[in-house]
Ligand binder design. Structure first.
Ligand code: SAH
Length: 349
């Protein structure tokens, strides 16, 4: 009886893993470097396109490996600021989102790490349809590679702030970080990558122990457990004192400045006592607060701060010596905030 071969996804393999596989098949080491470059530098997504690899090797590759490819389902360009929002279709037909923003210093891409999300934050569109599945490292890489090929540019900064909770898909995210950082491939500096989390304490500690210089961003949104619990169900499990301890640990291990994301909700988290408590939580570490004026969604559209409210809050922080910036809204005409476009499409279909 013929034995079934389970094909491995070649674009999920780290360099050493690929080299092992290729030499195991009896080919010379330099072939693995060529293949790795085709995948992560030329960004091809078929074996056929590897034009200086001999036919017999390609045939073997086709037997043992497959590509996990994603396709551009749609792309929308903002007329206001050139932001491009991508809808990608995965092999299993699920749709995910990613956004590319152009800044003075280069392109920044926001990628998704899961299809849907389990975290249930009240104001976030990505979680409203529940959790479907984790993305593989290859599916995270592919968001970058397909966007780069489409726009004919190279992404400089990557933020893991699209749909999903990156620390709830830990292994694949770490794999992605190693792959995108590989000098023989895409060669993105880990210093140019930001990982955003709702605060999963044991995973923040684990990440600190990896000793990777990625910027950690905590979605704080309120410095009081009682209030945070009202908008972020995960805070019933992890208390702020423990989260902040793990953030401090991360800071002291990596020496990387951390950021707190702070979605401003009028009357809820913009009071003087919030600022005072934020002062406590930022003591002794290099923290930058990113104020995000809340982006209304169907299920959460009250207490939207005015521009003046937002500026006022940043002044209150400044008076206490806390560094902050107000996140500029990009691509508002194309529903560029996470989860919004996919949902509006699903609703229209
Ligand atoms: N799960 C991760 C990353 C995804 S969300 C996390 O929680 O950090 C990226 C950021 O956008 C988070 O800070 C999230 O709370 C915020 N966000 C989500 N929906 C928003 C909305 N409607 N308005 C403003 N910020 C929002």
């Amino acid at each position: 009886m013929k034995k079934e071969i389970t094909k491995k996804e070649i674009n999920n393999l780290k360099f050493d893993e690929l080299e092992n596989e290729i030499t195991h098949l009896g080919y010379e080491k330099y072939r693995s470097k060529q293949i790795f470059e085709f995948i992560h530098k030329q960004k091809v997504d078929t074996f056929e396109a590897m034009n200086n690899i001999p036919k017999d090797i390609k045939e073997q590759l086709n037997i043992y490996f497959t590509f996990n490819t994603i396709k551009i389902y749609d792309a929308y360009k903002s007329k206001k600021d050139g932001t491009v929002k991508f809808l990608f279709q995965l092999d299993d037909k699920n749709i995910i989102e990613s956004v590319v923003m152009k800044y003075k210093y280069g392109y920044t891409q926001c990628i998704s790490t899961q299809v849907g999300c389990k975290m249930g934050c009240k104001f976030c569109a990505s979680t409203k349809d529940g959790f479907i599945r984790n993305l593989s490292a290859a599916e995270m890489l592919e968001q970058v590679y397909r966007a780069e090929n489409y726009l004919n540019m190279k992404v400089k900064n990557i933020v893991l702030m699209g749909s999903g909770e990156p620390l709830d898909n830990y292994e694949n995210v770490i794999n992605f970080l190693h792959l995108i950082n590989d000098q023989r491939g895409h060669n993105t500096s880990l210093r140019n990558i930001t990982l955003s989390t709702c605060g999963i304490v044991e995973k923040i500690n684990e990440l600190a122990d990896e000793n990777l210089p990625v910027t950690l961003s905590l979605s704080l949104h309120s410095p009081f457990d009682s209030r945070r619990q009202l908008i972020m169900p995960i805070s019933k499990k992890y208390k702020l004192d423990d989260i902040i301890d793990s953030i401090r640990r991360y800071y002291f291990k990596t020496k990387r400045r951390v950021t707190f994301e702070y979605t401003l909700i009028k009357g809820f988290n913009d009071r003087i006592e919030d600022v005072e408590m934020l002062k406590e939580y930022t003591k002794g570490i290099d923290v930058h607060i990113n104020i995000i004026p809340i982006n209304p969604i169907k299920e959460y559209k009250t207490n939207i701060p005015s521009n003046e409210d937002v500026i006022n809050f940043s002044k209150m922080l400044k008076n206490k010596g806390i560094k902050s910036t107000i996140r500029r809204e990009m691509g508002s005409d194309i529903s560029a905030s996470c989860g919004q476009l996919k949902r509006s499409i699903a609703l229209n279909k």
